[in-house]
Design a binder for this molecule. Structure first.
Ligand SMILES: [Zn+2]
Length: 249
């Protein structure tokens, strides 16, 4: 006689749920896949930037010094460099400022060199008024709007379902919020070509052709520049798991 299959029956709200070992395994696999998909890119970006942040005495200067040098070299007369909060490196289009984290501005590492040249890459594209430099201006407000919409629906859906005469269901609530959150991620993807341009059409050729670092470090720099290009998309994916971040910009 074969051993009976071990099952657990849960009664919830009048419905029966049969839980088998296979069912539990599938749930665990699903949750792991979910975590890898939404957390993985952000963790990889952070890991890569930290991995190459060690001080390198053989590099000619800090990230801030390189940014200032490149601004002079490419005659970006209106652009200047200043520090910002850690992890908030960006090029401010309105103020014409390359803002670098203290660890990038003062750091003498492959990460500092790559991040500084990526941000100057944005500055070059903007100051030359290249079409690609308009993607952020065009799509970022849309992504922010969709994130706020998702945040609003997270709180307001129960009320909206009453107004729209749709019976309230947790699954529909989660779907509506999830879809609007995912749309925000897709809008971030529209900005990716601008990020890619700053990394691989500006920063990489500058670093590859100049005497800013040993040539054998270029494969590592490519990895850092890829991480720079993926920063916003990976942050948007992470926001899908930490929904309270939708309430912040
Ligand atoms: Zn960028």
């Amino acid at each position: 006689m074969s051993e009976p299959k071990r099952v657990k029956v849960i009664v919830f709200n009048g419905a029966y749920f049969v839980i088998t070992k296979r069912c539990v395994m599938l749930w665990i696999l699903g949750i792991l896949l979910f975590l890898v998909l939404f957390c993985g890119p952000h963790l990889w970006v952070k890991f890569t930037l930290q991995r190459y942040a060690k001080k390198r005495d053989d590099l000619p200067g800090s990230g801030g010094e390189l940014a200032e040098h490149l601004i002079r070299r490419f005659e970006l007369h209106e652009v200047s460099v200043e520090t910002t909060q850690e992890g908030q490196d960006h090029f401010d289009i309105q103020q014409h400022k390359v803002r670098l984290s203290p660890s990038v501005f003062n750091g003498q590492s492959l990460t500092a060199v790559a991040v500084a040249s990526h941000e100057v890459g944005h500055a070059i594209a903007h100051e030359r008024q290249e079409g690609i430099a308009r993607l952020r201006m065009r799509y970022l407000p849309k992504a922010v709007f969709l994130q706020r919409l998702a945040a609003g629906l997270l709180i307001g859906w129960p009320l909206l379902s009453i107004l729209l005469h749709i019976p309230y269901a947790v699954v529909i609530h989660a779907l509506v919020v999830g879809i609007s959150g995912l749309l925000a991620v897709f809008v971030q993807l529209a900005i990716l070509p601008e990020e890619w341009d700053a990394s691989f059409h500006k920063a990489l050729p500058i670093l590859a052709e100049g005497d800013y670092l040993p040539k054998e470090d270029l494969p590592k720099v490519k990895r850092i520049l890829f991480a720079c290009a993926m920063t916003y998309v990976s942050a948007a994916l992470l926001k899908m798991l930490f929904v309270w971040r939708w309430f912040k910009r």
